[in-house]
Design a binder for this molecule. Structure first.
Ligand code: ATP
Ligand code: MG
Length: 356
């Protein structure tokens, strides 16, 4: 019996629309499986909330969220609210306070998706992006402002423990999932302090690991080319914050785009709730039209269920998504069809009921 509390933050734009479909699937799973006991609480924290209250979420939001086992997040973003507000007042505090130092993204080719880059190849790998330190730091600044010698310094901060944790998480995943190789993204030939440090500690963790995992370190410039030329060769890719960010978007483009790409911000120790969200944003250009693809959000729910110990349901959902895409009857506009968000959600839901 799994009794779990999940916080739901639909957010803005298509976030709200695709979240409805994920909840439809969660409810259906619960109806058909009495061992799945999930209590959901919906929080309306969004740009609308900001416009009413002057903040993206209440002061005690993190205390509230801490009591949950996981967070399912939609998307935020609204032309009336500056981008840095939505990111720094909602997403970042959650990621940082809950020590979600792993950003996990599966990159998997799907049937029936005409992606020129996937080109019919069987692509199935995951990216572990360091999510808490590295190149994305506020350390640095500008000097000699408005003078000819004006300059800026942007510091990268990497800690031994930070590298250890992300690499270990990648190794643990590899071990649990029968993978044999870890690919590390580096650039130690040019970024000689931080990236050499990254390489050294990555090598050390792999050497200490009780399982025999092959480690390949590849310069980021070569690695992006290999992602395109031979994406089928990767199993588990581990990368710093910046390199992981870039590789993740490329990975998602290879297999068919934003509407299909889920992600997880993980605190592997489970000391704090992890957060699951589609890679896409609020997509203001199509919001309100009911045509967004809900697959990325539904797959994010699948990752959440896997995280709380129900890998069987994760597999079930992914299988249902694959079956619907393989049949190719119900497709949203982004993947070449005309189905609505709700029709896509219904089709996946029906498939789950059939398989259950
Ligand atoms: P935000 O500022 O919230 O990130 P954005 O303008 O960057 O919003 P994204 O959500 O990142 O928009 O989307 C980029 C493009 O991909 C848009 O043209 C959008 O319509 C499309 N897109 C994103 N998600 C989906 C989806 N689930 N289904 C269909 N199209 C999508
Ligand atoms: Mg965006």
């Amino acid at each position: 019996m799994t009794h779990t509390k999940i916080a739901i933050i639909p957010g803005d734009g298509i976030g709200k629309e695709v979240m409805e479909e994920a909840l439809k699937i969660l409810n259906s799973l619960q109806e058909h499986d009495s061992s799945l006991q999930i209590e959901t609480t919906i929080f309306p924290w969004s740009s609308d909330y900001y416009l009413k209250h002057g903040r993206m979420m209440p002061c005690n939001a993190l205390d509230i969220l801490k009591e949950f086992d996981a967070i399912l997040f939609g998307a935020i973003g609204d032309a009336r609210v500056p981008d840095d507000v939505t990111v720094w007042e909602l997403i970042m505090p959650i990621r940082k306070n809950f020590q979600q130092y792993v950003n996990f993204r599966p990159i998997k080719s799907l049937p029936g998706i005409a992606s020129p880059l996937a080109n019919g190849r069987d692509i199935d790998f995951v990216i572990f992006r360091e999510n808490a330190e590295g190149e994305y730091s506020d350390s640095g600044g500008r000097i000699y402002q408005n003078q000819p010698q004006e300059m800026t310094i942007q510091n990268t901060i990497m800690t031994r423990i930070g590298i250890e944790k992300i690499v270990q998480a990648a190794c643990d995943y590899a071990y649990k999932n029968g993978k044999t190789k870890i690919t590390s993204a580096t650039k130690s030939n040019a970024i000689i302090h931080s990236m050499k440090f990254w390489d050294e500690h990555t090598r050390r963790i792999l050497a200490q690991s009780s399982t025999a995992l092959e480690l390949e370190s590849i310069y980021i410039d070569a690695l992006v080319a290999y992602f395109v030329e031979r994406p089928q060769d990767f199993q588990v890719v581990v990368a710093s914050n910046l390199f992981g960010d870039i590789l993740s978007d490329l990975g998602s483009a290879i297999v068919g785009g934003l509407g299909l790409s889920p992600s997880a911000n993980l605190n592997p120790e489970k000391a704090f709730p992890s957060m699951f969200e589609p890679v896409h944003g609020s997509a203001p250009d199509i919001a309100g039209k009911g045509i967004a693809n809900p697959i990325a959000q539904i797959w994010s729910l699948a990752l959440l269920l896997g995280h709380i110990g129900r890998s069987d349901l994760e597999e079930l959902i992914v299988h249902a998504i694959e079956t619907v895409l393989r049949e190719g009857i119900v497709k949203t506009a982004d993947i070449g069809g005309q189905a609505t968000t709700a029709q896509m959600g219904d089709a996946i839901c029906q498939e789950i009921i059939k398989m259950n």
